[in-house]
Ligand binder design. Structure first.
Ligand SMILES: *Cc1c(COP(=O)(O)O)cnc(C)c1O
Length: 373
């Protein structure tokens, strides 16, 4: 049987009754848009984080977009982020009329380098968007210090880090606001699209609620500025409520998968040139993806296909090298660490319901390939 980096069907098999019951509950409720399920999911997601507010939105990209707008970011502003992220981080910054500015990352954990952020700040910088990449948090203390010094907003991109902790604090509770995606592959994934923004600030939350609902506070009447239609769907919210109760368990299982890789690959990791993920001190990693590194990555992926193992690269192209962002003016070579990592990284299968014998097939095949490269 073919092995892929992600598959939701084993989970659906186990949780089918609960998922279908959630769908039925919403369909029978008589309220299909912004009803009880969205309201209660927002309450419960905020409570999980011990944060004042959560606004459900339609996806993670719009969570970042609305988050930035709610914080006052707009045309003419610069927003500092990274280039080794899912393109939507940058698409969202661009969509509010702001200019994305890229800071390079650290070689060991692939997370933003605070010194590079400091160097990227100009008088036009308005916000920082640190990405908690792969499931571990960016180095927040120096970033919040920089933000305070320069009067910048901090929006955490938590799309890959539900439930991750940084010196004990949950991802999404360290900036002025935090954007989450519930795209199906994520650590907390819906059965379709979904997203949310957390904030402790009443005014920012008011902005978010208006912006996701055309710019309305009351029905049919737009106030202040026109907004968008970015509501979280009622069905997805009800499914997410149930899955939120299992989030810590999903994370536990992801960590078990990570431990099994570390054990199974321990012998080959160093000598063969394979590098396993490094967890930075103070971080509790939730392993959204299990990203390893090897200079001959392309050959390894190719040879694993013969074993019917189909790996993925998160992400093959740094955003600044994409033709869609050419006008930002970043030359090849301008972010050397980011570019080097993009050439060497690849992801091994990772999801909570990954069967151990399937994982062992990956470990075995990878060991064989590495010892005969
Ligand atoms: C998935 C992801 C997004 C976008 O979320 P969508 O729900 O797909 O719009 C944004 N940023 C990061 C880091 C992501 O991984």
């Amino acid at each position: 049987m073919a092995i892929r980096v992600w598959d939701y069907l084993p989970e659906y098999e186990k949780e089918r009754t609960d998922v279908l019951d959630a769908v039925e509950k919403v369909f029978e409720s008589g309220q299909l848009i912004l009803g009880e399920s969205v309201r209660r999911f927002e309450e419960e997601f905020a409570a999980y984080h011990r944060t004042r507010h959560c606004t459900g939105v339609d996806n993670g990209t719009n969570a970042i977009k609305l988050g930035l707008q709610a914080l006052g970011v707009g045309p003419g502003d610069e927003v500092v982020t990274v280039s080794n992220t899912a393109a939507p981080t940058v698409v969202a910054i661009d969509s509010v009329g702001a200019t994305p500015v890229f800071a390079d990352v650290r070689e060991d954990d692939h997370l933003v380098d605070p010194e590079q952020v400091a160097a990227a700040i100009t008088p036009r910088t308005r916000a920082l968007v640190p990405v908690h990449l792969y499931g571990q948090c960016a180095d927040m203390a120096p970033l919040t210090r920089l933000a305070a010094e320069h009067g910048l907003a901090v929006l955490e991109d938590c799309a890959q880090a539900h439930g991750a902790r940084h010196h004990g604090r949950l991802a999404g509770t360290m900036g002025h606001a935090a954007a989450f995606s519930f795209y199906p592959t994520k650590v907390l994934g819906a059965y379709g699209d979904g997203g949310a923004v957390l904030t402790g600030d009443d005014t920012v939350d008011g902005n978010l609620r208006r912006l996701r609902y055309y710019g309305m506070e009351e029905r049919y009447y737009v106030v202040r500025t026109p907004g968008h239609n970015c509501r979280l769907d009622e069905v997805q919210a009800e499914i997410l409520r149930r899955k939120l109760g299992r989030l810590d368990d999903y994370i536990e299982r992801r960590r078990e998968v990570a431990d099994r890789y570390a054990e199974g690959l321990a012998g080959v990791a160093g000598p063969s040139g394979l590098r396993l993920p490094s967890v930075t001190e103070g971080n509790d990693h939730v392993y959204y993806v299990y990203v390893v590194r090897h200079p001959r990555r392309d050959e390894i992926i190719e040879r694993l296909r013969a074993y019917d193992i189909h790996l993925n690269i998160s992400y093959p192209w740094p955003v600044h090298t994409m033709t869609g962002f050419e006008r930002l003016g970043y030359a090849e070579g301008s972010l050397p660490v980011t570019e080097r990592l993009a050439r060497e990284i690849f992801s091994l299968p990772m999801y909570p319901s990954l069967p151990p014998d399937t994982q062992d097939r990956v470990i075995e095949a990878l060991r064989e390939v590495l010892t005969t490269l």
